[in-house]
Design a binder for this molecule. Structure first.
Ligand code: RFL
Length: 388
């Protein structure tokens, strides 16, 4: 069996890439370790930034992916209970994104790919790339019946997330990795409780909190916590009490909590995002904290760059864009890492003086205040949220 590209992993990176390759007329097979229902149920991100919406529009996938999804037009930053609204639509010159849960995007991308005859194989065990530094790589995997398969290909796309098999198959000396622990914890819950009117960031001396819509009837809460907290430290009563306190809203409606966990507030970047005929895409190459909402969007941006480069290589024999793939993606990755770190520092230090000391708290408050009093400063944030 052979194809042009084997895509390993069916998250946002792999499914976006697979759809774009289909649009480009490049054959591919997608191998996913998990079952279809597991992939469809995995809830994480909730915002497609403007740059991601442009990717789907430019590749003719706007109807399939974006139809009916609400505009992400503004955010609220609540400081000690006082609301400040940033009108992202006005500040970015209309470059808004869409508020849409990750699992909705994943389900739509899966449907679009398979409706068009795409080859997507779930429950693929022991997926292993071979010969990535040679001219003819292969990928082996075991199907649920236990049969071993081998697919020969021109290129392999590693879209298998942070703990996948592809980055691990690159020799350590061939890649520089950067890792950063932000020194804080975020406890997160998904709840079937009314979402806030706007994505809400709240700053107070009680600690940072955020509440984001996840569709019309659910929300995600993030609550700053100790980095070594475990989910059992947070029962429902503590969750809603802290949410009300930090959001400055005694009447915040509660609802059944459907998922809880502690987010690792860690960043990671691998450079280069390529080894031989293997290209790393999305979380396989880099992770970023949820602050700023860029993880899924960087995965989609990488997929766009790679699809264009593979089309040029396979259709036109032009390898230049593939040679530039890593540098092109990493410029955006580092820009967004900086933005995410900047937001994290500002939003945490302006609340909690214990975190960085009283002098830095005043600096963080000045940075925040600048967003509400200087239009150029607010525009810079809206521009970064739009995704460049
Ligand atoms: P994914 O989504 O992890 O998908 C990887 C896929 O590869 C499969 N896989 C394998 N398949 C075959 N063989 C193997 N050996 C395999 N190993 C793994 C996995 O089963 C999976 O299907 O990576 P991808 O596609 O790069 O997409 C990245 C995004 O999912 C991720 O960046 C975001 O979810 C991050 N993230 C957020 N991003 C945002 O843009 N905005 C947000 O608000 C946001 N919030 C979040 C988040 C991530 C979170 N968690 C759980 C880490 C909130 C949370 C809580």
């Amino acid at each position: 069996e052979s194809t042009h590209v084997v895509v390993i992993g069916a998250g946002p990176a792999g499914l976006t890439l697979a759809n774009l390759l289909r649009s480009a007329g490049v054959g591919c097979v997608v191998l996913e370790r998990q079952s279809r229902s597991y992939v469809e149920r995995r809830q994480r991100a909730g915002v497609l930034d403007h740059a991601s919406t442009r990717v789907f529009e430019e590749w003719g996938l706007a109807d399939a992916v974006l139809a009916g999804t609400p505009e992400d037009r503004a955010i609220e930053i609540r400081v000690d209970g006082e609301p400040h609204v940033l009108d992202l639509r006005a500040l970015s010159g209309g470059r808004t994104g869409r508020a849409v849960p990750q699992q909705v995007i994943v389900a739509r991308l899966m449907a679009a790919f398979q409706d068009g005859g795409g080859d997507l194989r779930f429950d693929a065990g022991e997926v292993t790339p071979h010969g990535i530094d040679g001219a003819g790589p292969t990928v082996t995997y075991r199907d649920p019946a236990g049969t071993l398969h081998e697919i020969a290909c021109d290129y392999i796309a590693g879209c298998d997330g942070h703990h996948g098999v592809t980055r691990a198959s690159v020799p350590a000396q061939a890649m520089t990795t950067y890792s950063y622990d932000h020194g804080i914890g975020w406890f997160t819950v998904l709840a079937d409780a009314p979402p806030p009117r706007l994505p809400l960031f709240a700053i107070s001396s009680h600690g940072f909190a955020a509440q984001f819509p996840r569709g019309p009837a659910a929300c995600r809460l993030y609550l700053e916590c100790a980095p070594d907290d475990v989910p059992d430290d947070w029962n429902d009563e503590r969750i809603w009490k802290q949410a009300r306190l930090r959001l400055g809203d005694d009447a915040l409606p509660a609802g059944p909590i459907t998922e809880k966990g502690v987010v690792e507030m860690r960043s990671f970047v691998a450079d280069p995002m390529r080894y031989g005929r293997l290209f790393l895409v999305g979380d396989a190459a880099h992770i970023i904290t949820p602050m700023g909402g860029k993880g899924m969007n960087l995965a989609i941006a990488d997929a766009d760059v790679l699809a264009r480069a593979l089309r040029a290589a396979l259709h036109d024999g032009d390898e230049e864009p593939l040679a530039a793939y890593s540098a092109t993606c990493l410029r955006k990755v580092w820009n967004q890492q900086e933005f995410s770190r900047w937001l994290t520092e500002m939003m945490h230090e302006s609340g909690d003086a214990a975190l960085a000391g009283s002098f830095r708290r005043q600096l963080a408050r000045a940075r925040l205040d600048r967003l509400f009093t200087s239009e150029p400063a607010a525009r810079a944030v809206a521009d970064l949220l739009a995704g460049g």
